[in-house]
Design a protein around this ligand. Structure first.
Ligand SMILES: [Zn+2]
Length: 81
């Protein structure tokens, strides 16, 4: 694993949030889900209205589009380097 320590803004992120609250854009139902750490989740079925949610254009997974927390892979990349 490569780690860059050269960054001026010491914004070390040690903890990644794996819990995200997904809010259905169709019915507004919110549910806390645990995000997968290795892969992005493209589809999510709302437990209330059974709408299949897909990421918005430019987003890599449903958590980025509809979740309260962006997905783990984005959290890792959201550093300043
Ligand atoms: Zn729904």
């Amino acid at each position: 694993m490569m780690r860059r320590e050269t960054c001026g803004n010491a914004k070390t992120k040690t903890a990644i949030d794996f819990e995200s609250v997904l809010t259905c854009p169709n019915c507004g139902f919110a549910k806390q889900e645990t995000m997968p750490s290795q892969a992005c989740q493209f589809f999510y079925e709302c437990v209330q209205c059974h709408t299949i949610l897909k990421p918005k254009p430019g987003d890599c997974c449903v958590f980025c589009s509809y979740g309260s927390v962006e997905c783990p892979s984005r959290q890792v990349q959201s550093g300043c380097c």
